[in-house]
Every structure is written in structure tokens, then in C-alpha cells.
Design a protein around this ligand. Structure first.
Ligand code: SAH
Length: 219
């Protein structure tokens, strides 16, 4: 990325954080994490002019990255602290996981597309993010080799909560997942895993592409 630290870029980034505050994001650590990750690096070069706008943008493999206000709201709702091990399902551009990496001890993200994972890894290399890894895999199965997790965030819509994700969540842990059909408005659900059963709360309407079982055959 060129001109990443130019005066213009700095001003844009400040306006970006202000807009997030106006959207109701209050958690200072979340705002700081959003400030630390240069969204232009995660955006198609032809769309860089929109990188700091509050819009979702197309990424390779027919996928999209969420608008920043939703990334921030979901990050805030996940309630990450510095000791946490976090799993994200749906790497996409890698942006959401990069934001989480500034809040958690370590972050693992998984996507079914090889292309997306290798591009995300290249971005993490550029940014020097060492507590963050991306894998190719079926995120509906979680990441058993790296489990258990304190927090799990799914950034694709599921028809129901994949049991493997609950299995890989620690007691007291939080899972955030959009539930509904991929072509409709879904509801973002927050699950707290408790010994006596799971506490489930509906947070807000969201729109994500569907979670699709299995690893992509191409790309
Ligand atoms: N969080 C991303 C955007 C996610 S878009 C970002 O910050 O840019 C949704 C992603 O979920 C897509 O990349 C899609 O390939 C992925 N996905 C869908 N089904 C999946 C599955 N079963 N396992 C892993 N990833 C999946």
C-alpha cells in the first residue's frame, strides 16, 4: 500500500473513527483497534476511494466484507479482553480478524477459499501481526487443533448454530453468529455458554452471505 501514513490518510482515519463513535461505538479499546488496522490494505485497489466509507465492499471469490460500523459493533458485542483466544469463521478479506488481533492474545481465522486465506496472510505479514493465523478449512467444524476458545465470531449466516463451535467454546465463553437464510435479513445472535445451558440473546438484524459447508473445490 502506498501513502499509508500520509496526512490525507491520517485525516481520513480520524474521520473514520469519529463516524464510528457517532454510530454508537463507545468501547475505547475497540475504537483504538479499528484505528490501528488500515482498511485500504484489505480493499481491492480499484475501490480504495471507498475504504473509509461505511459500506460493505466486494472481495474476491464472490464474497463481501462488512461495513466498518458493523465490524465495530460486532467486535464490541464479542467482549474481547487481552487474555482471550479467539476464533473467527469467515476470513474473507482478513479485516475483522486483524481488528480482533489488537484486542486478544491470539486469533485464528478460517475460510473455505484458499485465495482469500493466502491474501489475508500476506496482509498480516505486511502489518507484522504475529498473534493471528489464517487457515483453509470448513469453519462449521471450528478449528479443533486450536480449541478451546474464549470467543468465537462467525461472519457468515448459518441456518442454525454449528454444534462444533459450541463444543470448542470455553465455559463462560461467547459465540456471536448471524442466524437465518443467506438471502434474507438475519438476526445476530449472542450465545453465552454456561454449565446450566446456553444463554441466547438476539442483538440486531444483519445481512451476511451464507455459511457453506465444506472447503471450496476451486480457488
Ligand atoms: N470477516 C470477513 C468477511 C466475511 S465474508 C472480512 O472481514 O472481510 C464471509 C466469508 O465466510 C467468506 O469469505 C466465505 O468464504 C466464508 N465462509 C462461508 N462458509 C464458510 C465455511 N463453512 N467455513 C469457512 N468460511 C466460510
Amino acid at each position: 500500500m502506498s501513502g499509508g501514513d500520509s496526512e490525507g490518510e491520517k485525516a481520513e482515519r480520524m474521520a473514520f473513527i469519529l463516524a464510528l463513535r457517532q454510530h454508537g461505538i463507545r468501547d475505547v479499546a475497540v475504537l483504538r483497534a479499528m484505528e490501528l488496522v488500515p482498511r485500504p490494505l484489505f480493499v481491492d485497489p480499484q475501490l480504495r476511494a471507498f475504504a473509509y466509507d461505511d459500506v460493505s465492499l466486494p472481495i474476491p471469490c464472490g464474497q463481501t466484507m462488512s461495513q466498518p460500523s458493523l465490524v465495530a459493533a460486532m467486535t464490541e458485542a464479542l467482549g474481547v479482553v487481552a487474555e482471550h483466544a479467539v476464533l473467527e469463521v469467515g476470513t474473507g478479506s482478513g479485516y475483522q480478524a486483524a481488528v480482533l488481533s489488537h484486542l486478544a492474545a491470539r486469533v485464528v481465522t478460517v475460510d473455505r477459499y484458499r485465495t482469500l486465506v493466502s491474501e489475508a496472510l500476506a496482509r498480516y505479514e505486511v502489518l507484522g501481526l504475529r498473534n493471528l493465523t489464517a487457515y483453509v478449512g470448513d469453519g462449521m467444524l471450528g478449528m479443533p487443533s486450536r480449541a478451546p476458545f474464549d470467543r468465537i465470531m462467525v461472519t457468515a449466516a448459518a441456518r442454525e448454530i454449528p454444534p462444533a463451535l459450541l463444543d470448542q467454546l470455553k465455559l463462560g465463553g461467547v459465540l456471536l453468529i448471524p442466524i437465518g437464510k443467506g438471502d434474507e435479513v438475519q438476526v445476530l445472535v449472542r450465545v453465552v455458554k454456561e454449565q446450566s445451558g446456553n444463554q441466547v440473546r438476539e442483538l440486531m438484524p444483519v445481512r451476511f452471505l451464507p455459511l457453506i459447508p465444506g472447503v471450496a473445490a476451486t480457488l
